[in-house]
Design a binder for this molecule. Structure first.
Ligand code: NDP
Length: 309
């Protein structure tokens, strides 16, 4: 890819927001480069059935949906490079974006780097990650045939992980720290009705045990203080996400939790830098809203370029 080219737009990130921005920008005749990260496709690459994306009445697998949106983006001429962005300079004009091997220049940028899974942050979790503790049922569920498993979290991700794991596991306990679930009604109902799933409220993980593989988990009831040790060979942590904004710190304004702040529609604190998707949106966090934000950001970038040509 030619690093001397001055692109109209560089899009950083390859989830539904980034790819949708690329469709709109390239179809709008902007020279468009999408830097998709070494692992492209975003969170939908580790999702199974997507049942709520319009246009797929029988549902679609997450990776297949992403592949289709990617193909649609390239159809109109967007260039896609699956490399991680290491740093950006939004103060220069044109803006500069560095990957491991190259530096690219553009008049505008859309940041759509998404969000990543959050972990509990206890030492035994770090030690046993990949040895029974996982953040992705789709990736690792297969390894837990006929095992006793826990899923941690009370949101849609936790319900989805648990339901997916019913294909493999002998039993699944969902550990929820509050006395209510945060998940949507339909996902709650599916989990509650499933014979392999038990939902345990007011319960937090104190410690994971096992030398080279997870064997058991000490949990604490945060109402009574009672500790219990559960036998479990698998634990799936599904407690939410944090925005991928480390490389933008000091370049554009972030809020206290690290999400990018939108100043004027999709514009950030830099007038030629726009934002789309979960990297600013901690409220909706859906594939369809991310795609919508990608569309908005591309239109705003096009208008900015029209006004400054
Ligand atoms: P959420 O933020 O919705 O839920 C996180 C859950 O983890 C909450 O129950 C929270 O508890 C719990 N939690 C957070 N920190 C801890 C901790 N340290 N220890 C124990 N529990 C903790 O995140 P999700 O990833 O579930 O969902 C994110 C968004 O994505 C939502 O909008 C969701 O609807 C959407 N989504 C949709 C899906 C679908 O429609 N198929 C599938 C997956 C996600 P508390 O309530 O106490 O804060």
């Amino acid at each position: 890819m030619d690093s001397n080219t001055l692109y109209d737009i560089i899009i950083i990130g390859s989830g539904p927001s980034g790819y949708t921005a690329a469709i709109y920008a390239s179809r709008g005749n902007l020279s468009t480069l999408l830097l998709g990260g070494a692992v492209s496709g975003g969170q939908l690459m580790i999702t199974t059935d997507v049942e709520n994306f319009p246009g797929f009445p029988s549902g679609i697998q997450g990776p297949e949906l992403m592949q289709k949106i990617r193909e649609q983006a390239t159809r109109f001429g967007a260039k896609i490079l699956d490399e991680d962005v290491l740093s950006v300079d939004f103060s220069s004009s044109p803006i500069a974006v560095k990957t491991k091997g190259s530096q690219f220049k553009a008049k505008t940028c859309i940041v759509s780097t998404g969000a990543s899974a959050i972990w509990l942050g206890i030492d035994s979790e770090t030690r046993l990650k990949g040895k029974g503790i996982s953040g992705c049922a789709t990736c690792d569920g297969f390894f837990f045939k006929d095992k006793d498993i826990v899923v941690i979290g009370g949101g849609d991700s936790a319900m989805e992980e648990a339901l997916f794991l019913t294909k493999f596991a002998k039993s699944i306990k969902i550990l929820v720290r509050k006395d209510v679930l945060r998940a949507s009604a339909i996902m709650q109902e599916r989990a509650e009705k499933h014979e392999k799933i038990e939902i345990v409220f007011n319960t937090e993980v104190k410690e994971f045990h096992g030398e080279n593989a997870l064997e058991s988990i000490t949990v604490i009831n945060n109402k009574t203080g009672k500790e219990t040790t559960l036998s479990a060979q698998g634990a799936f942590v599904a407690i939410g996400h944090k925005p991928n904004t480390e490389i933008f710190s000091g370049q554009i304004e972030l809020d206290k939790k690290g999400y990018i702040i939108r100043k004027n529609f999709s514009q950030t604190s830099k007038e030629n830098v726009f934002v789309a998707g979960d990297v600013h949106d901690h409220r909706y966090r859906q594939a369809i809203t991310a795609a919508g934000y990608g569309c908005e950001a591309a239109i705003d970038a096009m208008r900015y370029l029209d006004d400054h040509s």
